[in-house]
Design a protein around this ligand. Structure first.
Ligand SMILES: *[C@@H]1O[C@H](CO)[C@@H](O)[C@H](O)[C@H]1NC(C)=O
Ligand SMILES: *[C@@H]1O[C@H](CO)[C@@H](O)[C@H](O)[C@H]1NC(C)=O
Ligand SMILES: *[C@@H]1O[C@H](CO)[C@@H](O)[C@H](O)[C@H]1NC(C)=O
Ligand SMILES: *[C@@H]1O[C@H](CO)[C@@H](O)[C@H](O)[C@H]1NC(C)=O
Length: 543
């Protein structure tokens, strides 16, 4: 759904050969090691981690999973709304905010919009001194720990101006923050309004945390695919990698991931800013209880942007096959003409299972899919964005194999329909994650911490770029109309934060990070084993 039909160049034909890295390293890890002792140690470690994880998180019984079918009939099962103890519901609701709200100051002649001086506070209402009076909120969600990993390539060398300038090669713009003001030097147009809404996000961050964002210069690339290949920057004499911000990364690259434009709105396809959409999604979710939803896996999007999506289309229900999938093509042109009635995201939680599949790279649709209480069937992804590394298989989503999608989907849906409670728990864990750990406050806090840590690495004094213009909310929003103006007005930060950002969690120690990765792999392995068992049984009974 991320790509509209007018997306040129990057659509389709972009095939890659990837090794199936979720499965294969698990097999390789033992056999590649010659010493029996280290093999034994690693196996033991994996077993311990896997055991601890499976007993607490999965609570699934491997032997009975595929044989028993729980009756899907009783009405009592509809009462299984899980209130997560991790996220107690707020007891009081503050309806009216007494503090003054700032609004956009657009002059009558909107083509001459200028940046107002002294209109906004330049320092935060919480200072360094009174941090004790306004203690920062609790620790940030776990996925913030990846900020340390993303910046690790520069942790010992720092970032020199020379390295920064090398990132210019593919960047769409350079952004400088100097004394709380933003200056942008544009190099090349981005697709649609990606760059515009990304820069808008930076502006709003400064409004939320005035006086708190350090001076810096950074390069931003708005194109889908990560480009800074790790392999080119290893070895004693290799240069340090260019620090390049973009929306996603993968295991082979060192690009620094940053929240994508859609958090402030995607004007071209009528996707609202995240804050209000998140609320609508929460309400939309309540319209149909999980148990009353269609017991199939749903997907709607543009299959033309990637081969893997075209492959998925083969799993649609047909006269010959029932793979438990219901797949639809998103026709953005038609939807645009009809006012996007069919693409309202908040009313797309009508199936028990929703498929997430990457397009040409990561897809902004992932958060919308996870936000339904439905079980997300995640076709093995190759890219990550800033928050997806916090997701765990069998806890937040159900993994689906990419090379045998139809069988994998059929198995997942059959499993869920015969393990109703566990399936609902997975759906709920994902929507809780999205509602609580990915709320807009945390998106800003992620930006805050990433930029703060990044600025500490700079080995040069950031300056106003020569060809840059000062940009503020007025110069951006006032000349615009339609959805762009509407979404900017809506996502405009109206007053500074009253408390500091959440506290940054410490880096993973290497053993813990290894444990996290292994835990995911062993869960995936286990699910694969169930699937193989299921299919050998199905094959035997000849269905
Ligand atoms: C707005 O300002 C521009 C540039 O100064 C000028 O060309 C234009 O005529 C003005 N428009 C109106 C409606 O005053
Ligand atoms: C999948 O099947 C349904 C039901 O037959 C149909 O309405 C839909 O258009 C099909 N989707 C695709 C992508 O062919
Ligand atoms: C921090 O606390 C304030 C006030 O209690 C709240 O409005 C804000 O949403 C919190 N921030 C986060 C990131 O949870
Ligand atoms: C089941 O049969 C299909 C089709 O013949 C085959 O591709 C698949 O590998 C078999 N699966 C198992 C687990 O035997």
């Amino acid at each position: 759904m991320r790509n509209s039909p007018s997306k040129n160049g990057s659509a389709g034909g972009h095939s890659r050969t990837f090794t199936d890295s979720i499965w294969s390293p698990f097999f390789k890890s033992g056999f590649g090691i010659s010493s029996n002792r280290s093999y034994a140690l690693i196996s033991l470690l994996i077993l311990l981690i896997a055991g601890a994880f499976i007993s607490t998180r999965l609570l699934l019984d491997t032997t009975t999973v595929l044989i028993e079918k729980e009756a899907v009939t009783t009405t009592t099962q509809t009462q299984t709304q899980t209130i997560s103890p991790k996220y107690p519901r707020p007891t009081t609701v503050i309806t009216q905010s007494p503090k003054p709200e700032f609004t956009l100051h657009c002059s009558a002649n909107e083509t001459t919009a200028s940046c107002p001086s002294n209109k906004y506070p330049t320092t935060a209402s919480f200072g360094e001194d009174d941090d004790t009076n306004h203690p920062p909120n609790a620790t940030c969600p776990d996925y913030f720990r990846w900020i340390h990993e993303d910046l690790r390539p520069w942790s010992s060398t720092g970032i020199t101006r020379e390295a920064l300038e090398r990132a210019k090669k593919t960047a769409n713009f350079r952004l400088a923050i100097i004394d709380g003001k933003i200056y942008v030097e544009k190099f090349q147009d981005a697709f649609q309004t990606r760059d515009v809404f990304t820069i808008w996000g930076f502006l709003q961050l400064l409004r939320k945390y005035p006086g708190k964002i350090p001076d810096l210069e950074l390069m931003f690339d708005c194109v889908d695919w990560p480009v800074v290949k790790a392999s080119e920057f290893t070895g004693a004499n290799a240069p340090s990698p260019p620090p390049l911000f973009r929306y996603c990364g993968n295991e082979e690259t060192l690009d620094i991931v940053f929240p994508d434009w859609s958090f402030w709105g995607w004007a071209e396809v009528n996707i609202k800013p995240w804050e209000s959409l998140l609320k609508e999604l929460r309400e939309g979710n309540q319209r149909t209880k999980w148990i009353n939803r269609e017991p199939y896996a749903y997907w709607k999007g543009n299959p033309m942007v990637a081969e893997t999506r075209q492959d998925l289309m083969k799993c649609n229900v047909s006269e010959e096959h029932e793979w438990n999938a219901r797949l639809y093509v998103q026709d953005w042109i038609k939807e645009s003409n009809e006012g996007y009635k069919q693409s309202d995201l908040a009313s797309q939680c009508h199936h028990r299972y929703k498929i997430y599949i990457e397009g040409s790279a990561w897809s902004v649709s992932e958060k919308y899919i996870l936000a339904c209480d439905s079980v997300t069937l995640l076709v093995k992804p190759h890219y990550y964005d800033f928050f997806t590394r916090g997701l765990l298989p069998a806890h937040h989503y159900w993994p689906v194999r990419e090379h045998d999608k139809c069988r994998s989907i059929k198995f997942a849906v059959d499993w869920g329909n015969s393990h109703i409670q566990k399936a609902q728990d997975i759906g709920k864990a994902a929507s809780d994650f999205i509602q609580h750990e990915l709320k807009m406050d945390y998106v800003y806090d992620y930006m805050y911490h990433l930029l703060t840590e990044y600025s500490k690495l700079l080995r040069f004094k950031p300056e106003i770029p020569q060809n840059a213009a000062e940009i503020c909310s007025e110069t951006m929003a006032c000349p615009r109309s339609g959805n762009e103006r509407k979404f900017m007005t809506e996502s405009f930060v109206k007053h500074p934060a009253e408390s500091g950002p959440c506290a940054m969690p410490p880096p993973y120690d290497p053993a813990l990070l290894y444990g996290v990765v292994k835990r995911k792999q062993s869960t995936n392995m286990r699910i694969l084993q169930w699937e193989m068992k299921y299919w050998s049984k199905q094959n035997q009974t000849g269905s």
